[in-house]
Design a binder for this molecule. Structure first.
Ligand code: DC
Length: 684
């Protein structure tokens, strides 16, 4: 997952290959709650691992459920599905045993933090209000701006006791044990603000449908019906057969009882699939884009995004749990569509509209205003930054594609879908750059979204940004370059390590490091099997991290690096590190030989005295003894060899920016390089 302040996307050109998508958020959180309400253990396969499911799991644990991660599955042991209608007498506060036997009971009181997960907040509110107990429910600031009043009204009418701790109608909430429940009359709930209110009641009311049918009546039109379908489907899997009369009346039959299916598989998230369906429509020009885990057999409403994408020109074939997409019509065809049935995936259409042959209108999307952010306003603002003309209505959006694309830094409003759909703008035909601010927000539903996107996206090499940091030994290149890479979310190449490894391999093979063995060492260097992983370096599977860091290994690296054939042998390997989203490379000839077209080259210097002192501190801290004069003499000898060799001698590239860091802290040099980088990428 990218946890950087922003992620710069190079202009992207083509897409193709296979992605396996993470589990559905909506199904995951419904299954978790239903498993918790059931007796016995439910083994959940392919559960989404993201912010929203994590807060649900934490809540269930806090309530006394057992949650065990076993290999790829999660085992939830629930409470056996019977509420405690009255608080226990003093001294009997411990959870009651599960009627199913063996399972844990609900905690009698808990404070739950639910982040920004509507799929946790709403259903848990209903379940806990009916369960009995003292509970406090809160979330992030935005969660406290997302309405819950209609659900609370419905629950209060039943006899539940819920207080608002902040603003009327919004979390945080305090839940007290219910008084006598009124279940005779139909329970009215509004359906036109969020379908999650109805979902919450449907999932919680089986708890109390013991001796009589419980009826829910939807007031006003019901939005997002496909999500209710998911709810009903999941309830069915857990033994609750809800009777539905149209979309107005739902009956939970008397004697309903949650029964764990034992094992359950979560299908991949259809909303997450929308980005890759769109990607195929935009850029799968040679190979198809194959999506695995969700397909035509999906129970998720957002699978119907596929129809909308087809309408815009995508060519899509499908099986029960896969989709294959290629570009069809190009430019895409503009659409005018009622999107009420695909509220989340419709955001992806708004970005696809940038690539259409005329203005597109997305209608009936007022619910966007109460999601992770006011998505109508956010979408309009950010699309305009890219050069689109946008009309924002109360419940619609009209997007006219840009005539002049502009590079843009996209604000993401802590909304995963803003980040995910706007990443597709990187495929713009003008080749302008797109920056995604706060990319970590995708963690809500798809932590590895950008990695997955890059794995199936291609662009010509010159588009992949490289920052070179060259300089003499012990100038602090490695520290500077790896930190810059970390801040930008780019890959990092320590080219010196490659020469150190080549030197080590040659020495271990008993070769003298001289011209007589130049070609043998070069062939060896070409065949090196090197893996950089989590700060370790593996050579042919063996950990050589420490072995290549000694002073002797540095000197040997300097010797082999003076052999032209060895240098040539390592060129392709080094250039192979230039991958999306970008690279920071440090060495001696990054800017002069390996990446001569790099948009930013830094040449780092520091006085020999300074460098010797830094190296001295480094060695002493590792418990290795060394003397200052000795180190300085070594440094100067290496400088001399590296600078005077015939090929790729150490020298600044003509277009390098010089940075003397003798008097700077690491943070100061990092800030300087990041400033230079910013100056090269201005956004409107
Ligand atoms: O950066 P370092 O100290 O790990 O590099 C070890 C030696 O490798 C250095 O003395 C010269 C050589 N080298 C090189 O010639 N070209 C590079 N790009 C990187 C290192």
């Amino acid at each position: 997952m990218f946890t950087t302040a922003f992620l710069d996307l190079a202009p992207l050109e083509e897409a193709g290959g296979t992605v396996v998508l993470p589990g559905s958020k909506s199904i995951s959180n419904r299954v978790l709650l239903l498993a918790a309400l059931s007796g016995g253990t439910t083994v959940v396969h392919d559960l989404l691992d993201s912010d929203d499911t994590r807060v649900m799991l934490d809540a269930l644990r806090a309530l006394g459920c057992s949650v065990v991660h076993r290999e790829a599955a999660v085992e939830i042991t629930g409470i056996g599905g019977r509420p405690h209608p009255n608080p226990p007498p003093e001294g009997e506060g411990a959870p009651s045993p599960s009627p199913a036997g063996g399972g844990p009971g609900w905690g009698r009181s808990a404070r739950l933090f639910l982040g920004n997960a509507g799929t946790a907040m709403r259903p848990l509110t209903a379940a806990l209000a009916l369960m009995g107990g003292e509970f406090e429910m809160s979330g992030v600031a935005r969660m406290h701006e997302r309405p819950i009043g209609d659900l609370v009204d419905a629950l209060r009418r039943l006899g539940c006791r819920i207080d608002y701790l902040g603003n009327e109608g919004y979390p945080p909430l305090k839940i007290h044990p219910a008084t006598a429940l009124q279940l005779d009359a139909p329970i009215p709930v509004r359906g036109d603000v969020s379908s999650q209110f109805l979902t919450a009641l449907l999932m919680a009311l089986p708890l109390v449908a013991t001796t009589q049918d419980v009826v829910i009546e939807v007031v006003g039109d019901l939005i997002s019906k496909p999500y209710i379908e998911i709810t009903l489907n999941m309830l069915q899997r857990f033994g609750i057969a809800v009777k539905r009369d149209g979309w107005q009346r739902f009956t939970i039959p008397a004697g309903s009882r949650y029964r764990s299916p034992g094992e359950i598989h979560i299908e991949a998230d259809a909303s997450s699939a929308s980005y890759f369906v769109a990607l195929g429509a935009l850029a799968a020009t040679t190979d198809p884009l194959r999506i695995e885990g969700v397909g035509a057999g999906s129970i998720q409403g957002d699978i119907r995004f596929v129809d909308a994408a087809r309408q815009m020109g995508a060519t899509v074939t499908s099986g029960a749990n896969w989709l294959e997409v290629t570009r069809g019509a190009w430019p895409l065809r503009a659409i005018d569509l009622d999107c009420n049935h695909i509220p989340d995936a419709a955001m992806t259409l708004a970005v696809m509209a940038l690539f259409a042959d005329g203005p597109s209108t997305l209608r009936n999307i007022a619910s966007w205003r109460v999601k992770e952010t006011d998505r109508l306003a956010a979408m309009a603002t950010e699309l305009r930054k890219l050069g689109a003309q946008v009309e924002e209505g109360a419940d619609f959006l009209r997007v006219t594609p840009p005539t002049n694309w502009r590079a843009a830094s996209i604000h993401t409003y802590d909304d995963h879908r803003m980040a995910m759909c706007f990443a597709l703008a990187a495929f713009n035909p003008a080749g302008v750059r797109v920056r995604i601010e706060d990319p970590r927000c995708v963690g809500k539903t798809f932590p590895d979204y950008f990695e997955t996107l890059f794995s199936v996206s291609r662009t010509s090499t010159p588009h992949v940004p490289v920052i070179c940091v060259d300089g003499p030994t012990a100038s602090g290149k490695g520290t500077l370059a790896s930190e810059v890479a970390r801040r930008l979310g780019y890959h990092y190449l320590d080219s010196g390590a490659l020469y150190r490894i080549a030197g080590l391999a040659a020495t271990r093979a008993g070769l003298a490091l001289d011209v007589a063995h130049e070609h043998t060492i070069a062939r060896m260097a070409e065949a090196l099997d090197i893996v950089f992983t989590e700060g370790r370096v593996l050579l042919h599977g063996q950990d050589v991290t420490e072995a290549i860091r000694t002073e002797e290994a540095g000197m040997n690296a300097s010797r082999v690096s003076a052999l032209p054939a060895v240098r040539s042998a390592l060129v392709a390997l080094q250039q192979g590190f230039r991958r999306l989203p970008g690279l920071v490379a440090d060495g001696r000839d990054m800017g002069t030989v390996i990446f001569p077209d790099a948009p930013l080259k830094v040449y780092l210097t520091a006085s020999a005295a300074q460098r010797a002192e830094r190296r001295h501190k480094q060695l002493i801290s590792k418990g290795i003894s060394a003397t200052l004069p000795g180190l300085r003499a070594d440094l100067e000898a290496r400088d001399a060899r590296d600078s005077n060799r015939a090929v790729a001698p150490l020298k600044p590239a003509g277009d390098a920016l010089l940075l003397d860091n003798s008097g700077q802290t690491v943070e100061e040099s990092v800030a300087q390089v990041l400033r230079w980088w910013e100056e090269k990428r201005s956004f409107s």
